[in-house]
Design a protein around this ligand. Structure first.
Ligand SMILES: Cc1cc2nc3c(=O)[nH]c(=O)nc-3n(C[C@H](O)[C@H](O)[C@H](O)COP(=O)(O)O)c2cc1C
Length: 503
């Protein structure tokens, strides 16, 4: 009996010891998690956050039995997100065994490799491009091809903007403010800034909703502010202005925007003073005159006859009229908040609208004057290279850079509860997003993107991405065969830079 008691006592000791050890481990892991700065989820959800990685690991094994393959998640699938995460973390970006991409899917781009690819020694860096060369007192020159698309202070948080600002500066690319005005956090890192004038004109607005020229002058006086983008529409909600739920309108955000704390911040569906192409051209000329810097507009394309009218009218007004750039956003673009019918069903995707816009500029003789910026789900190298084949001068992304900041596609941007601290103003959740660490990731993502887009260009036998042409890319058709993009979207420019070379 005594032996049994002794054994039971031993087990009791062992149990207490094991329980104590478990509690101690949890405490140690807790401290490790809240003090480390690289993983937002672990910092915001210490210990529990670790299960994410465990389940991800299990998912690798279980997916083949129960779950979707890594190409089936929306709006960005696992393969695309993983590429961004690896690029941002500076990890090896090679994959093994074979492609998981469905190469028979309609619209899939297939690049035309050259039998004699470009040698590394013959590769060139992308050539610098100057925007507003003939029209502005202060044109803008950049040799980067991939930049940060507009996300407002409000839609995204202070630490997210600080990370983007510092990361963009280190990468040498620009950061677009989005429509929420210019905050000190945008300026903090020293990056080039594109100031967006949204339909509510936050930051440059008079009480009656019209443009405050003095405030605009003040913004333009910042050397870092290099260009101005007039937002007509964005892909996720064409015909609807920006929407920021009251829960996200903090004191700081209200101050930058010039609005009331805690109240929903809804921009008008269009600029009150821009209702046709003449007024748009007038507004562009006015902003350019005041700021001396390049001015363009952002739009998602649905109807497009107006764009032809605008180009012809700019031509008739003279060589210094018209936009210095047009940002063509895709109907399937992202946002902090939008109504589903607009998000799902309104506006062409950039795949269709980009060649169309470039053709209109070519036909009207405006292509040399107007640079074209493309956006919409271009978060991996093949998507960016496709845009250059179509004729874009620059590509920008919002959600790609969000992934580089650690976004896990929780789809809660409109709820102020983003678990990674990117689209929330909850200070507790901000702890997970350490700007200094995430800025490095922003830089690495930008640099890796340019490197791998160049790799596609070299495989096609040209020395840099802007030498890609429509004939370098074939698109998969419904019958499983591919057609070259220049047959699907023929050039409409007599002196096109993109005529197919004689074979
Ligand atoms: C959180 C968030 C905020 C955004 N805020 C703005 C904005 O203020 N102004 C704007 O023109 N576009 C805004 N956008 C749209 C993006 O700039 C971009 O046009 C769109 O998401 C398509 O690019 P992507 O697919 O690379 O994200 C926002 C997008 C996101 C995800």
């Amino acid at each position: 009996m005594e032996i049994v008691n002794q054994v039971l006592g031993l087990f009791a000791y062992l149990f207490v010891f094991a329980a104590g050890l478990a509690v101690l481990s949890v405490v140690v892991l807790y401290v490790v998690d809240i003090t480390q700065t690289t993983h937002a989820i672990r910092r915001n959800y210490p210990v529990i956050g670790r299960f994410r990685y465990f389940f991800e690991e299990l998912g690798e094994f279980f997916r083949q039995y129960f779950f979707a393959m890594d190409r089936e998640e929306m709006p960005f699938n696992r393969a695309e997100r993983s590429w961004v995460y690896r690029a941002a973390k500076g990890l090896d970006n090679t994959v093994a065994f074979g492609s998981t991409r469905d190469l028979g899917r309609v619209g899939t781009p297939v690049f035309v490799n050259c039998p004699w690819p470009t040698l590394d020694s013959d590769a060139a860096d992308p050539q610098p491009i100057t925007v507003g060369e003939a029209t502005c007192r202060h044109p803008y020159t950049t040799d980067r091809i991939f930049h940060v698309s507009g996300m407002s202070f409000g839609a995204i948080s202070e630490p997210a903007i600080r990370a983007l600002s510092n990361g963009a500066h280190m990468a040498g690319c620009w950061l677009n403010t989005g429509e929420g005005g210019l905050s000190p956090f945008h300026l903090e890192g020293g990056a080039d800034i594109v100031f967006q004038i949204g339909t509510a004109k936050y930051g440059v607005c008079k009480a009656d909703g019209s443009l405050d020229e003095d405030k605009l002058r003040e913004i333009a006086a910042h050397e870092q502010v290099r260009m101005f983008e007039i937002k007509l529409s964005q892909g996720a909600k064409p015909g609807k202005g920006g929407m920021l739920p009251g829960a996200k309108v903090t004191e700081e955000i209200a101050a930058v925007r010039g609005i009331q704390v805690g109240q929903d911040s809804n921009s008008p569906n269009r600029h009150l003073d821009i209702a046709n192409t003449h007024e748009l051209l007038d507004f562009i000329d006015r902003v350019r005159e005041i700021t001396g810097k390049p001015v363009g507009f952002k739009t998602v394309i649905g109807a497009y006859g107006w764009l032809q009218d605008l180009c012809w009218e700019a031509q008739s007004r003279g060589p210094t009229s018209g936009p210095d750039f047009i940002t063509v956003d895709s109907g399937d673009g992202g946002t902090g908040a939008a109504p589903m019918p607009l998000m799902d069903c309104v506006g062409m995707t950039v795949r269709e609208s980009l060649p169309l816009v470039i053709n209109i500029l070519g036909e009207t003789g405006m292509r040399d004057r107007v640079k074209v910026i493309a956006s919409g789900k271009m978060i991996i190298p093949s998507a960016v290279a496709t845009a250059f084949c179509m004729g874009a001068d620059f590509v920008v992304t919002a959600r790609g850079f969000m992934f580089s900041l650690g976004c896990i596609q929780a789809m809660k941007c409109n709820q102020n509860t983003c678990p990674t601290g990117i689209t929330t103003h909850d200070k507790r959740l901000h702890r997970g997003l350490v700007p200094a660490d995430k800025a490095e990731r922003v830089k690495r993502y930008q640099r890796q993107m340019e490197k791998e887009v160049s790799m596609i260009a070299h495989s096609c036998g040209v020395s840099e991405p802007r030498q890609l042409r429509r004939y370098h890319c074939r698109l998969v058709q419904a019958n499983g065969t591919t057609l070259p993009m220049d047959e699907i979207y023929p050039y409409r420019d007599a002196k096109s830079r993109a005529q197919r070379p004689v074979a």
